[in-house]
Design a protein around this ligand. Structure first.
Ligand code: IYR
Length: 226
């Protein structure tokens, strides 16, 4: 079997699959499910430092995500600077206060009661790192503006991998979506092809952190077989 092949004029590599025995698959799928089922959104993060080398690898893992036409339309801004974190907190809390006080409906506020959120966002300063994920609507390196493909899907998948990677290394995060988020473009001085997508504070869960007693839907409620 050739290790490489030319298809459409482009080099392809032989894909070497890893095939596990059935019992190993059973074991691995169960262990991974149990590990992921332990993941919780944690809003109370400790300020204990986390090495940049770990953050680098988490971002590298996120960046393995599949993307439309392999454009990899994402930028991960990792912030440990206390002054930048402070600036982000100030701007986010101003928007969030406006949202909680005026923009969100009563139904929305009521739906958030069980998870006890409000406009205060101390985690934006406490967490040793903030990762702000930007989506690239188009590429800057082309003469003409060429939109990327399936940008939300691609960046959403990358964020899923990032959250998984953060959890498996024993750290915690939450998906923070201040709205509107344009202030992030300004504070982080991002180019015009990028739009803020998601903000993930990353750190250890605080020792006395509590999370709401939420229940996940059962398999039979989320899966349909044909
Ligand atoms: N973005 C706000 C509000 C908020 C909205 C939903 I939907 C949540 O699940 C949680 C929060 C905030 O971050 O507080």
């Amino acid at each position: 079997m050739e290790q490489t092949k030319i298809i459409n004029g482009f080099k392809h590599l032989k894909y070497n699959t890893l095939k596990y025995p059935k019992e190993v698959m059973e074991q691995k799928s169960l262990e991974f499910y149990e590990s992921m089922n332990q993941r919780r959104t944690v809003r109370d993060l400790s300020s204990e430092p986390v090495d940049k080398s770990i953050i680098n690898r988490l971002i590298q893992t996120a960046s393995t995500a599949p993307s439309g036409a392999h454009k990899q339309p994402w930028t991960f801004c990792a912030i440990s600077s206390a002054s930048v974190k402070k600036e982000i907190r100030k701007a986010a809390e101003a928007e969030e206060k406006e949202s909680y006080d005026h923009r969100m409906s009563d139904r929305w506020l009521n739906d958030l009661k069980p998870i006890a959120t409000d406009w205060h966002k101390p985690f934006l300063e406490n967490a040793p790192w903030l990762i702000v994920v930007f989506k690239q609507a188009y590429q800057l390196d082309q003469k003409e503006k060429q939109n990327n493909y399936y940008v939300n899907e691609s960046v959403g998948i990358a964020c899923g991998l990032l959250i998984t990677a953060i959890h498996q290394v024993g750290l915690a995060t939450l998906t923070h979506t201040p709205s509107p988020m344009a202030f992030l473009t300004k504070i982080l001085n991002r180019p015009k092809n990028e739009r803020p997508f998601l903000l993930l504070p990353v750190g250890y869960a605080a020792e006395h952190a509590y999370v709401p007693d939420l229940k996940r839907k059962l398999l039979k409620e989320v899966a349909v077989y044909y």
